[in-house]
Design a protein around this ligand. Structure first.
Ligand code: FES
Length: 426
């Protein structure tokens, strides 16, 4: 099938079918989620040997465990005997994992250690060493963020992130002290296609001035409509990862209106400038949003981190966390936590606005004729510029769809590529 029919970047249009068709979704699980580097967690969640979190990679459930030597391994969270789910808790510390069904027990390294009625297995010539947990092919981290890929032939995480890491440092490496997730993971279900969240965060500041205007006026006493029109503003993207930001308004998204958090951002900005240079220091806490392809997003000003976990073409599980600088005072950390809950949690004012849009943008495509109609993706055509400092593809102006185009171009690249050699550098 000709996948090019679904996305036409040059003409700025795309098919609605990518948000609805089951066979496209199944291809996404195979071509994207079984190959790309996917976010698994933050190192602060599993500091000690035996600490674990459970999550998923596409629809494959996984168990992520800190090993005795300090490394992190991940395994499919399923028992290789009859396939029962192995670990049911979301987070914890364990010396091993025992399956509920027939009592197979596994070490934190994934090896099968023993079985209930072990003599019967021995009499059957059973070789324990061949029945450990299926290990996620590669696990690596970048400044606290742990990623994994199910594909042993995938390039390194460093290569996968490429020049996007330069931008990530404005969030993950402000002062050399590192970051941490605080509080737990907040989970919710939305009846929407997984790509709507990812593409919204990759570059859609425009919706904020319209969708979120009432909520912002209620919280801030002013409109957010002007925020995305900052003169010194950009869309940047590298291999489908994208970030939209401006350099005019340091700290102005700091949990929407929390004066103490804004003060904190302004206080640390000169130190960030010493470490990362003046330009990058101007990105901290400004109105911005970003996505790491395919499904991990964050708001650098709000400090909400999230993964849009696919659950069929029309449903997601949204997993969110709050990220803070380790060195931040406790009071500031608590303000960030409250700020993300007020804004981007299931009961947060902005999450609710977005959820409704994402759900109806998905649901309308149940119509057979509706599904045949294309969508527009052409805002900001011709806005590409050269910038003396910014790596990757740089576009002038935050009100733009350059990053959405780059995101869907990468989607198309992955869907068409037979191997990593077929994936162009973008
Ligand atoms: Fe796990 Fe049988 S399914 S021990």
């Amino acid at each position: 099938e000709d996948l090019d029919q679904y996305i036409n970047i040059a003409e700025g249009r795309m098919s609605r079918k990518v948000f609805w068709e089951r066979d496209i979704y199944e291809q996404e699980l195979e071509k994207i989620f079984s190959r790309a580097w996917l976010f698994l967690g933050h190192t602060s969640q599993i500091p000690k040997a035996g600490d674990y979190v459970t999550t998923s990679m596409g629809e494959d459930d996984v168990l992520v465990v800190r090993q005795k030597d300090g490394a992190v391994k991940a395994f499919l969270n399923t028992c290789p005997h009859r396939g029962n789910r192995l670990c049911f808790s979301e987070v914890g510390t364990a010396r091993g994992f025992i399956c509920n069904y027939h009592g197979w027990s596994f070490g934190i390294d994934g090896a099968l250690r023993g079985m209930h009625e072990s003599a019967a297995y021995e009499a059957s010539g059973f070789d324990k060493s061949k029945h450990g947990l299926h290990e996620v092919a590669q696990v690596d981290s970048y400044k606290g963020l742990i990623f994994g890929t199910l594909d042993p032939t995938a390039p390194s995480l460093k290569e996968y992130l490429g020049d996007f890491a330069w931008y990530l440092d404005t969030l993950l490496d402000m002062d050399g002290e590192g970051t941490e997730f605080i509080g737990g993971c907040v989970k919710s279900v939305m009846k929407c296609n997984w790509k709507f969240g990812a593409e919204n965060f990759v570059g859609d500041i425009m919706h904020a001035g319209w969708t979120h205007d009432s909520a912002a006026q209620a919280m801030l006493g002013g409109s957010v409509g002007e925020l995305g029109k900052a003169p010194d503003s950009y869309h940047v993207n590298v291999n489908g990862h994208g970030w939209e930001f401006n350099l005019d308004k340091v700290g102005n998204t700091a949990t929407f209106g929390d004066k103490e958090v804004r003060k904190y951002i302004h206080e640390i900005q000169p130190k960030v400038a010493e470490r990362l240079g003046h330009t990058r220091s101007m990105m901290i806490g400004s109105v911005s949003s970003a996505t790491i392809f395919p499904n991990m997003s964050f708001l650098p000003g709000q400090n909400t981190f999230r993964v849009w976990q696919p659950r069929g073409p029309g449903e997601i599980e949204l997993h969110t966390w709050t990220l803070v600088n380790k060195s931040a005072p406790d009071d500031i950390k608590e303000r960030y936590r409250r700020g993300t809950m007020i804004t981007f949690s299931p009961s947060g004012v902005f999450e609710m606005d977005d959820g409704e849009n994402f759900e109806y943008s998905t649901r309308t495509n149940r119509g057979r004729v509706t599904r045949e109609q294309d969508l527009f993706l052409g805002l900001g055509m011709g806005s590409k510029i050269d910038h003396p400092e910014f790596p990757g593809n740089v576009f002038q102006g935050q009100i733009n769809e350059a990053n959405q185009r780059a995101y869907y171009q990468r989607w198309l690249d992955f869907m068409k590529a037979e191997s990593w050699d077929d994936l162009p550098q973008r």
